[in-house]
Write a protein that binds this ligand. Structure first.
Ligand SMILES: Cc1cc2nc3c(=O)[nH]c(=O)nc-3n(C[C@H](O)[C@H](O)[C@H](O)COP(=O)(O)OP(=O)(O)OC[C@H]3O[C@@H](n4cnc5c(N)ncnc54)[C@H](O)[C@@H]3O)c2cc1C
Length: 435
């Protein structure tokens, strides 16, 4: 590899790094850019279609989002839809119905109350009773006695193949801009400061850049800490598994989310890669990895974990909540071969009352890892994605859910910063006109 000096180097070819390359090439004056990915193809980890829930989060059926968070996520999702549909890109976005299902008096009352508060932001969100639910999802309404209610949207772009979206961003960025180079099968070992900026030591030689944007998922925190930032954080890696069953839903059916849990509640939806199947999940299991099923990522996890009083204090706080303790134990049991289908079927019958254990198949190799951040200083879990900005030509993105939905919005935020740092144009008007 030659050693040219780039204005910007992006580490990571998942949907976040690809979206940043897209925005930099389209909307800024940055003229030389390199993206470095350690795998031999983009979207190899959490952004692959099989590794996440394939949901364009919109804030309408995610009952743990506040109105403010919902408005933020909706704006990011709308932008993504405009971006993809305006380019007539196929098989990235999929339309289908979606709902959040309330079962029993308490959940139904909570959904009715939420509908009142959220209706202005989501005029297409309808409050459905049992008959309404049966009209959209007959197998969900089923033949059960409990009170049912749902907040539902009849037809929306709510399913995404984030792997295809990643490739779409990269192809468009390369077509737009001869100055973008993409190095695959190239691992960044470390970043070091130079007089003019930074040098990336990679498995294929050194790369020089004035600005480095680290979009390496769970690995981003290690890079940040090596450069002296983000010491107050540790990663809490939460793996998510799925079960497959013959598809009995027309769209996405989420359940009411506990306010204590930062992870998506159990849901069922058609698998957009294999439409005859539906996926049920994800589960939530704490694992000592930075990448799911990759033992080589354990040392990286241990380095960022930092088992000190702050970490233990945070854990004690989290585990002090009985609901979280029960949830963790149950999710651990979902991974035990002889038990998991029976236990999971019990939980999934909240969505599909006629589901039997024999209908379920544990989906091997499906489901990635959410790098939740722990703020050890504040002794709390950080909800959603996080960015560490150095103001010195370095930024780091750590992206649990809804990181993929937020990719374009985060890229615009980062591109504005990068252009400002380098003294390049950032065309905000074009962003507003086109996105
Ligand atoms: C079970 C589950 C369900 C989810 N569901 C949803 C959902 O429905 N909707 C949603 O919006 N989000 C969801 N998410 C979150 C979403 O998958 C992530 O936010 C998103 O994929 C993160 O993209 P990324 O590009 O930041 O990271 P990644 O996709 O992890 O990409 C990081 C890239 O960096 C590369 N890399 C790492 N280290 C190096 C290095 N040293 N050198 C070079 N390259 C490196 C990796 O190979 C990888 O390709 C879910 C996540 C999980 C685990």
């Amino acid at each position: 590899m030659a050693h040219p000096a780039y204005q910007v180097a992006i580490i990571g070819g998942g949907v976040s790094g690809a979206a940043l390359a897209y925005v930099l090439t389209r909307y800024t004056g940055v003229s030389s850019l390199v993206l470095v990915e350690k795998s031999h193809h983009p979207a190899a980890i959490n952004s692959a279609a099989s590794q996440n829930s394939q949901t364009l989060h919109y804030g309408d059926i995610e009952t743990n989002y506040s109105l403010k968070k919902a408005a933020e996520v909706k704006q990011a999702a709308d932008m993504l839809v405009r971006c993809v549909t305006s380019e007539a890109a196929e098989a990235i976005l999929h339309r289908m119905p979606k709902m959040v299902l309330g079962v029993g008096e308490v959940e139904c009352a909570a959904l009715r109350e939420r509908h009142g508060r959220f209706q202005a932001l989501y005029p297409d969100l309808h409050l459905l009773d049992r008959a309404g639910i049966a009209g959209v999802e007959p197998d969900v309404a089923g033949n059960r006695r409990e009170e049912l209610a749902a907040l539902a949207s009849p037809d929306s772009w709510c399913a995404v193949d984030f792997g295809r979206l990643t490739r779409f961003f990269l192809q468009r960025a390369q077509a737009q801009h001869g100055g973008l180079e993409v190095y695959l099968s190239c691992r960044v070992r470390d970043i070091a400061r130079t007089a003019e900026g930074y040098v990336l030591h990679t498995s294929r030689g050194a790369l020089y850049a004035q600005f480095v944007a680290v979009c390496a998922g769970a690995h981003s925190l290690g890079f940040a800490q090596n450069m002296g930032y983000g010491w107050q954080y540790s990663i809490l890696p939460v793996a998510g598994s799925f079960f497959h069953a013959r598809c009995r839903v027309r769209g996405k059916v989420y359940t009411v989310q506990s306010e204590h849990l930062p992870f998506a509640a159990l849901h069922a939806d058609p698998d957009i890669e294999h439409r005859q199947w539906m996926r049920l999940g994800p589960t939530a299991l704490l694992v000592p990895f930075l990448e799911r099923r990759r033992w080589a990522s354990v040392p990286g996890f241990l380095r960022t974990m930092r088992l000190d009083a702050g970490t233990f204090g945070t854990f004690a706080g989290i585990l002090g909540v009985a609901e979280i303790r029960r949830y963790m134990v149950r999710n651990l049991l979902y991974e035990i071969p002889l038990l998991r289908a029976a236990l999971f079927a019990q939980a999934a019958r909240k969505i599909l009352p006629a589901l039997r254990m024999a209908d379920l198949r544990y989906a091997r190799g499906v489901g990635g890892l959410r790098p939740q951040l722990i703020d050890r200083a504040a002794r709390r879990l950080v909800l959603g994605e996080a960015a560490i900005d150095s103001d010195e030509g370095l930024l780091f993105n750590i992206t649990p859910s809804p990181g993929a939905t937020m990719c374009l919005a985060n890229a615009i935020r980062d591109a504005r910063k990068i252009a400002g740092f380098l003294g390049c144009v950032f065309d905000g008007e074009k962003v507003n006109e086109t996105l």
